[in-house]
Design a protein around this ligand. Sequence first.
Ligand SMILES: *Cc1c(COP(=O)(O)O)cnc(C)c1O
Length: 374
Amino acid sequence: MKRGPIIEISLDSIRHNYEYARGLSNNRPTIAVVKADAYGHGAVRVANLLEGLGVSCLGVAFSSEAIQLREAGVTAPIMVFFDTPGIDEVIRYALIPVISEAGYAQTLSIMALRRNTRVSVHVKTDTGMGRFGFVPDIDEEEINALSTLTGIKIAGFMSHFSEADLVDTNFANVQLERFVALKARLASQYSGSLWHIANSAATMYLAQAHLDAIRPGLMLYGYDPLKEGNPALRPAMTVKCRILEIRRLPAGRSVGYGRTFVTQRETLVGVIGIGYADGFPRVLSNRAHVIVNGRLAPIIGRVCMDVSMADLTDVINATAEGESLPHECILLGRQGNATLSANHLASAANTISYEILTSLGRALDRTFTYQPSR
Ligand SMILES: *Cc1c(COP(=O)(O)O)cnc(C)c1O
């Protein structure tokens, strides 16, 4: 029997969020980021949807992710942000590599020429993330030298903000200035290339960073990196799990490992089929809620490997006569007036919505269901 979480993805919500992002950017080309299995939402289905909506390009972290999409029939351009696929992969799967250092560019160029072809690439610049890329000013000779490599065509330049949530825009503006200044210096040499730096936060809150294309990830899945519950966005993921058992414990009994919760009253304890092996963080022990019958019920005791416990006393006492006992609960999503967002879970777990979505989305034994897009 499948025991793990049921993950429902609303493709309609992703469509809405994508179109919202496009509208904010005045319909600039969009490089839609579907790395990490589309932030846990299932990269193939999300890519199919976005392709149907005419997305300019998809962005992934590694070539293995791009190959998975190609093998599933995705034909849209795919940019590979973080690794260095060899020429055969680049040609066979029509990948757009991102060049972060000169050696890879040279190898790619030589190999492309040997195959009588020219490969389109984008160039990564490090304006303040301190991760990948050529540093403007310091590495500028190397950037200039890329134009001499006849096996590659520099189709674009990119950079990435280190303030992903833009709570503070000061440094983002410094990065943007560095990027735009580089663009001006390279204008004659690399005319016609696409300059892009806008992640979700910049797509929403830093219009001057939209430049030639936007590159949103998180917002496509319905979350605003800066603030909770932006009504313009629609969270696409709902996570449910089964209630395996409901038991009645008297007051004064401990629940779960380490006896971190002791009943204060006669308590109806629901044992629910999700644990830390399913990406439900153990730090949420005694700190999160589930939704049952449209009402919030607290998680009690430690989150176990495969199951957790919730106090269903109030929910069940409020259940109308004749209504059957609940057999399902919601960990992420909404029902009735109750909402549990990835931001709620993230703040209780001292992390960010990105991590909640990706960890729930890669549950060991999950079932995805997709609601169609209009
Ligand atoms: C993940 C990523 C993005 C998207 O960032 P969000 O904050 O999710 O919008 C954009 N560009 C690069 C290079 C990334 O790695």
